[in-house]
Design a protein around this ligand. Structure first.
Ligand SMILES: C[S@@+](CC[C@H](N)C(=O)[O-])C[C@H]1O[C@@H](n2cnc3c(N)ncnc32)[C@H](O)[C@@H]1O
Length: 220
């Protein structure tokens, strides 16, 4: 199988098995290629909003002799037919862009979603819980010393309650080295914001609670 870095491997493992994976913002198409090579996906659709990355996907599929893959120039889910895939990955983009792609997709995004936000993961979780999605699982990876989160979500039709800490750490908090590394990053950002809030006499209780939750999860 093609070599995947720790971030992509985590996404690959979170994706599991399916009939057809739609990889939105596929770029190099390494995720669908790995899923097809291992037989975890029977078919794949590599989508990208730009022709250049789509060409890169095509070249890689050719290089690895992958056949069951379609290449679609598409802004988000726009050019995809609903029901032509049973899983969708939206990875390697900012959390706000991922949220916008899901919002615009409407029922086209009502399949299992594998999401990997590079930034604004708290905005993505808020979007999901405020818009009828549930987070079934969260996975964490560390690649080149940087922690990443992978969110597995699906549409449930009901909004969910959450705390401020849930937005930053999620509700599923695995006792793993990768999650501890993620907590460390969140804590460093929260401590910076706490300093600023204290300086400007703003409320601090949410940030203090978040820092406590990070310290608790970082413990061995
Ligand atoms: C940084 S790459 C991520 C590639 C791969 N998904 C990964 O995680 O390694 C982001 C890709 O998303 C594409 N993209 C950005 N906005 C998009 C949109 N609205 N619809 C489809 N693709 C988009 C970009 O063109 C780019 O190729």
């Amino acid at each position: 199988m093609i070599a995947l870095d720790a971030r992509l491997r985590c996404i690959y493992e979170a994706a599991g098995c399916c009939d057809c994976i739609a990889d939105i913002g596929s770029d190099h198409a390494l995720l669908p290629i790995a899923l097809l090579q291992s037989g975890k996906a029977k078919r794949a659709i590599a989508c990208d909003v730009r022709p250049g990355p789509l060409e890169r996907s095509r070249k890689n599929a050719l290089k690895y002799n992958i056949e069951n893959i379609d290449f679609v120039l598409s802004d988000g889910f726009d050019a995809l037919a609903e029901g032509s895939y049973d899983k969708a990955a939206i990875c390697g983009m900012g959390g706000i862009l991922i949220s916008e792609i899901i919002r615009r997709a409407r029922s086209k995004a009502h399949c299992e979603l594998i999401l990997q936000p590079m930034t604004a993961y708290e905005d993505l979780r808020a979007f999901l819980w405020n818009n009828g999605f549930t987070i079934a699982d969260e996975r964490f990876a560390v690649d080149a010393k940087k922690p990443y989160v992978v969110i597995i979500a699906r549409y449930a039709g009901e909004n969910e309650r959450y705390t401020y800490s849930d937005l930053f750490l999620g509700k599923i908090r695995p006792d793993t080295a990768e999650f501890k590394a993620f907590c460390k990053k969140v804590r460093a950002q929260a401590e910076k914001r706490l300093k600023g809030a204290l300086h400007r006499n703003l409320p601090t209780s949410d940030l203090e609670e978040l820092i406590k939750s990070c310290i608790f999860s970082e413990k061995d």
